[in-house]
Write a protein of this length. Structure first.
Length: 115
């Protein structure tokens, strides 16, 4: 079998050789960073889409549509804030009351210098 057939097609093989990622590959790599990061990206895209749709509805004079989209936008922004909070809490350092390496090294250095 040729190399292109083994890898699923010559275009896929060529793009991998150039170091390009397909959208599916990029999403899998981004997903490795964690579900909250992936959810953040999805919510940002949804918010941006809603903003564009609101602009279009206002431009076209569709007031009821714009009002409905404003409600959806508020919900999307609330979800985005929630996901951002999850990411911030995940990335925050938690003090478990255990000494750090720096504390231990300083204690050992002090005990050796006083001896």
């Amino acid at each position: 079998m040729t190399r292109s057939l083994q890898s699923g097609g010559s275009q896929a093989w060529a793009s991998r050789q150039r170091g390009e990622l397909s959208l599916a590959q990029a999403r899998r790599n981004f997903a490795r960073l964690g579900a909250p990061a992936t959810r953040h990206l999805d919510h940002v895209r949804a918010r941006d889409n809603l903003l564009a749709r609101i602009t279009e509805a206002e431009r076209e004079g569709w007031t009821a549509e714009a009002e409905g989209l404003q409600i959806s936008l508020a919900a999307a922004e609330a979800e985005l804030a929630q996901v951002d909070g999850l990411i911030a809490r995940r990335d925050a350092v938690v003090d478990l009351g255990m000494p750090t390496y720096r504390d231990l090294a300083q204690a050992i250095t002090l005990s050796r210098s006083s001896a």
